[in-house]
Ligand binder design. Structure first.
Ligand SMILES: Cc1cc2nc3c(=O)[nH]c(=O)nc-3n(C[C@H](O)[C@H](O)[C@H](O)COP(=O)(O)O)c2cc1C
Length: 207
């Protein structure tokens, strides 16, 4: 089967792409609303795209009426956001935070999620999340009237005690690996992994 993606509606393209490019990590993002309260929403068009600089990318769609989401508007205005990585125990409340709250309404307050001040940016960190990346916007790319790609630099990484061995820079998630998003309302738990080492090839003699 060969599908010409350009011939599909955006909705069908979304369903197919989100169904085949899985799993995706989830960025649970705090930003500052204009009144200083905290906005929170999850985004799975997300990943890190390099370490020098530490590059974070979010794919932000606008509302059907063309209005940017609160996260987008807040990052455009302040240039600052905090990405949290979550574990499956937080899935339910993460999904609740994606509901349509009134513009400016604080999801952390509505959901009773405790926060603590971040060290380098104004949006606070979620106490419940095992990892937080404090980020500053680098550039936003408006790809269409409906969506933009936001590139940011992660300035710091905060991790719960015991997660990171700083001597070796090893991250030990134990049995609680981060949530993996599949498609629609499906989420996966990462339970098994294989170890594979890239082989070293013998050097080819100069010809
Ligand atoms: C797991 C999950 C992943 C999501 N990923 C995205 C995404 O990548 N881009 C996007 O625009 N919306 C995404 N959403 C929808 C937003 O979270 C939702 O529109 C939210 O209400 C936006 O909140 P805000 O207006 O406070 O920024 C996702 C929702 C869920 C539950």
């Amino acid at each position: 089967m060969d599908i010409d993606l350009a011939s599909l509606t955006p909705r069908d393209r979304y369903k197919l792409l989100c169904g085949v490019v899985i799993p995706r990590p989830i960025a649970w993002v705090t930003t500052c609303n204009p009144d200083g309260s905290t906005n929170l929403a999850p985004f799975s068009f997300f990943n890190v795209f390099g370490a020098d600089p530490a590059t974070v990318v979010l794919g932000l769609e606008h509302h059907p009426d063309g209005r940017p989401k609160d996260t987008t508007a807040n990052i455009d205005r302040t240039g600052e956001f905090v990405v949290h990585i979550l574990t499956p125990d937080l899935n339910e409340i993460m999904v609740e935070s994606a509901a349509q709250y009134a513009p400016g309404e604080s999801e952390t307050e509505a959901l009773g999620l405790a926060t603590e001040p971040a060290a380098r940016v104004a949006p606070p960190r979620l106490c419940a999340a095992p990892v937080a990346l404090e980020c500053r916007k680098t550039v936003g790319l408006s790809l269409s009237p409906e969506r933009c790609i936001l590139v940011g630099e992660a300035l710091s990484l905060t991790a719960r005690d015991g997660l990171i061995d700083l001597d070796t820079c090893h991250v030990n998630w134990g049995d609680a690996l981060p949530t993996a998003r599949l498609f629609a309302d499906r989420y996966a738990r990462l339970v098994e992994s294989d170890r594979l080492t890239i082989p070293t090839r013998p050097e080819r003699p100069d010809s």
